[in-house]
Design a protein around this ligand. Structure first.
Ligand SMILES: Cc1cc2nc3c(=O)[nH]c(=O)nc-3n(C[C@H](O)[C@H](O)[C@H](O)COP(=O)(O)OP(=O)(O)OC[C@H]3O[C@@H](n4cnc5c(N)ncnc54)[C@H](O)[C@@H]3O)c2cc1C
Length: 400
């Protein structure tokens, strides 16, 4: 799905962009984290200011398609940049990386009108994407239960339904809606479609914002009441929703995992610094075996997740996406972040639980990763089934 070219030059470019991103995160974003963590207008204004700085520094939208301002084409190359971006929980909007997946989807599957009306403004920073799949009435793990409907008549889709936990509900200018475009007698892999809805369309409403463990992370609930959009707002063709969802999740899970591994590294750094701080040294923390074990376990989790992501990314780059590799990488990155944030909190004692360090915010993000983009259980279940099926009729799983 991704454009690729000249490998070694790009790997080198990724290395230098990763250094620049690291410097930007350390010097410009991290000192502002306490303000960015506040709900309200002043943190939005600060985020906009930092986004502008990232754009001026040439660090915005690095994984957008090359034809639309991106600088890195391969997921494997992007890993070292994305993990640096991910070292702060506030990076996605500031570096524009939250829209990279939508940019690739719209470029590949959008009509000329979709590219002109949504993709072009988005890559210029003048439009914000969101993706509406999960519904209040049914488990998000089961797309076959989706009831939001889209019916085509006289050149327009009419959309009715409700979506919740949609990221960027507070700021999106358009939503890619996963809707049912065929009756219940049609097989699910032909019954759903993705349709773009501008959030200023008549009948679209943001019902409410939904905070996560005490803080707004941008998710909310939205409704569609007889919303009309032109026929060409569909991605690919009618009935392709499940296939597009698969493509979206393959890349989306890896992009998020890269950020999570970066956030886990931040926790690891915080943990190392605390152990070696005056306070840690006075308690002789470097000499304690259980403290050493936290460091070793976390190091192992982070490096294993990075390599699993690298292997899965290489497969996607080579047009042979393997959902066993992708889903295991996603779970490993999530586990690394959960372990790292928990261990770091533990070593910071009461301060770690408080809001005096970034750890409580990171811990909140970590907890969402076990549900977001597929719960641990649903991914384990589907990966387990696939691995077992490889051995049907005397077959084997090929690790290469
Ligand atoms: C931070 C965050 C951001 C999100 N952003 C978006 C977004 O932008 N757009 C969007 O549409 N949605 C979004 N979501 C929703 C997300 O996609 C869903 O939460 C996810 O798909 C799971 O669906 P659910 O919450 O309805 O849980 P359910 O499907 O109801 O599952 C609940 C639980 O049931 C169990 N379970 C489910 N399947 C299995 C199985 N096969 N085997 C065993 N147990 C199982 C698991 O314990 C699971 O956690 C977001 C969620 C979070 C937390």
């Amino acid at each position: 799905m991704l454009e690729t070219h000249g490998k070694s030059a790009h790997t080198e470019l990724a290395g230098s962009l990763a250094s620049e991103v690291k410097k930007f995160v350390d010097e410009i974003i991290i000192p502002n984290e306490p303000q960015l963590a506040q709900d309200g207008d002043s943190s939005s204004a600060l985020q906009a200011e930092l986004t502008e700085k990232a754009r001026s520094a040439g660090l915005w939208g690095l994984f957008y398609p090359l034809s639309h301002g991106g600088k890195i084409a391969s997921l494997e190359d992007y890993l070292i940049v994305a993990e640096q971006e991910g070292r702060t929980e506030f990076s996605q909007a500031i570096f524009g990386s939250h829209s990279a997946l939508d940019a690739h989807m719209l470029l590949k599957f959008g009509s000329d009108e979709v590219r002109k009306n949504f993709l072009e403004p988005m890559v210029k920073g003048k439009a914000i994407a969101s993706y509406g799949m999960t519904e209040p009435e049914h488990g998000g793990s089961f797309p076959s239960l989706i009831t939001t409907s889209a019916q085509l008549a006289n050149g327009n889709w009419t959309i009715n339904g409700r979506k919740w936990f949609v990221c960027n509900t507070d700021r999106a200018t358009f939503v890619t809606v996963l809707a049912r475009t065929a009756g219940e007698n049609v097989a699910i892999h032909k019954a759903l479609s993705m349709i773009i809805v501008p959030t200023n369309a008549e009948g679209f409403k943001v019902e409410r914002q939904i905070s996560m463990m005490g803080r707004s992370l941008g998710q909310g609930e939205m409704s569609f009441t007889n919303v009309q959009v032109p026929e060409h707002n569909i991605l690919s063709c009618s009935g392709s929703g499940i296939a597009l969802m698969g493509q979206r999740l393959n890349i989306g899970r890896l992009l998020r995992s890269m950020n999570w591994v970066g956030l886990a590294q931040r926790c690891f750094d915080l943990m190392g610094a605390r152990i070696n701080s005056e306070r840690g040294l006075s308690a002789r923390l470097p000499d304690k075996q259980l403290v050493r074990q936290h460091m070793v376990n976390t190091y192992q989790a982070i490096t294993s997740a990075r390599e699993l992501i690298r292997v899965a990314a290489r497969g996607v780059d080579a047009q042979r996406a393997n959902d066993v590799e992708i889903n295991v990488a996603k779970m490993a990155a999530s586990q690394a972040l959960c372990m790292a944030s928990d261990a770091a909190m533990q070593l910071y004692g009461a301060e770690g639980i408080s809001d005096l360090t970034p750890l409580s915010g990171i811990y909140r993000i970590a907890r969402t990763t076990r549900i977001l983009d597929g719960s641990d259980e649903s991914l384990t279940s589907s990966v387990g089934r696939k691995l077992i099926d490889c051995y049907k009729d005397g077959g084997v799983y090929h690790f290469d």
